[in-house]
Write a protein of this length. Sequence first.
Length: 201
Amino acid sequence: MNKTSVSIFLSVFCIISYAASLMLVPHLIGFVPNVIFIIKLIICFSLAIPAIVISIISRKQLIKIGKSTRFATTAFAISLTSIFIVSGLIYSEFQNNHRIKNNALILSTKALIQNICVSFEVYKHNCGAYPQNDVGFQALISASKATCISKPLLSAKTQFTDSWNNPIIYQFNSDFPIVNSAGTDLEHGTKDDINCSNSNI
């Protein structure tokens, strides 16, 4: 097998190895997705880059002896194309994985906030009003004979933080309570905030 053939073989194997990884990755439970993407890039580039180098060397040697370089040039083009194709596919896969993970975090926070909002409505039904700001979430996890609820509406272990480890805020005005997560941009008062009005899942 001459150098040009080796170059083409490595380039094609780069694409084949990526295709094989798509079948293997679902079984790699416990691996960090970002690490998997890096491994894929390393494997592909370790095959495609030598293929490019070999095709360049082969082309130079053919020029020296006066033979046609068409095959070597084609091999170089295939090698370069394989890098662009697989890199693009891996980047697209990375973006898709990030989007799926982010959506899961959003759904988790929506579920928590929806549960909190429902609990506040139950509290109002039993007590006639929402808890004041100085009481806030504490009203949902504590109960006694002296209070208007006989048992806690939420577990004492409930963490009032969102999926990004930021505190969920409670603010009561004269009409209704505000229960709000800053959402993905980590800033309150922006369009991606998660609250009682948009937490339905």
